[in-house]
Design a protein around this ligand. Structure first.
Ligand SMILES: [Zn+2]
Length: 234
């Protein structure tokens, strides 16, 4: 029943990571081997040449405090000092996000060189992307499976007849709902469904069952869209 044509195991991923589609899966990371001495394994500060002790979170050089260029091999979780887990502590994420934004703020780096100001702007944009991706349960799920080399086809049509019937029913209910109260009631149901499928995603992800993980993502996508329809009507 379930479509799994876009599924790849992580073993496959390791073997095939040079392929173009994998690059797409990871939002086309450019491996910056050639840029300013940054390599996939070891990081040298472009300014003072110091080696980074920690290969992650290398936004600042510990030795000379200069801002480093974006390193795409640092994933969004690492940016916030988090492990690759579906459950995230939102307060913790928020706190670290604010810390980074403070450190990368244009006012704070204005006295630095043009090059560093550019690095800071790029890092800041990436921190924002990372924060947005990780705070939303659906985009966090999509990002997590992408890190495992599993592609999510966001344009995929529904083929599961059970889900198709449910989505049509839902659409009808939203169309016919009159007044804020009726719409809010549907929203409450949608939130429950989102919670349910978000938990079911987590189970599937922990068990490396990417078929089920994708099925949960599909469900969450439709409920989220339905919720957006309601927000438009409200
Ligand atoms: Zn340095």
């Amino acid at each position: 029943m379930e479509q799994t044509t876009h599924l790849q195991s992580s073993d496959d991923f390791a073997q095939r990571k040079t392929e173009k589609e994998i690059r797409v899966a990871l939002r086309g990371p450019k491996e910056n081997h050639s840029i300013l001495g940054v390599t996939a394994q070891k990081y040298h500060c472009w300014n003072c040449g110091a080696n980074a002790e920690n290969s992650t979170q290398f936004l600042f050089c510990e030795a000379c405090r200069s801002v480093q260029p974006v390193n795409e091999s640092t994933d969004y979780f690492q940016i916030f000092g988090l492990g690759r887990e579906y459950k995230v502590k939102v307060e913790e994420l928020e706190k670290k996000y604010k810390d980074w934004q403070k450190k990368l703020h244009p006012d704070l780096v204005h006295s630095k060189s043009q090059r560093e100001r550019e690095y800071a702007a790029e890092q800041s944009a990436r921190v924002i992307d990372a924060y947005r991706t990780l705070t939303d349960p659906l985009s966090r799920a999509i990002y997590l499976v992408k890190l495992e080399g599993v592609l999510v086809n966001e344009e995929e049509r529904i083929t599961d007849p059970e889900l198709l019937a449910e989505v049509m029913e839902l659409r009808e209910a939203v169309d016919e709902a009159e007044g804020t109260r009726a719409l809010n009631e549907i929203q409450v149901q949608l939130q429950e469904k989102l919670r349910y499928w978000s938990n079911s995603f987590e189970d599937a992800y922990l068990n490396k069952n990417y078929d089920d993980a994708l099925a949960s993502i599909r469900r969450m996508t439709y409920y989220k869209r339905a919720n957006e329809e309601i927000v438009k009507k409200l």
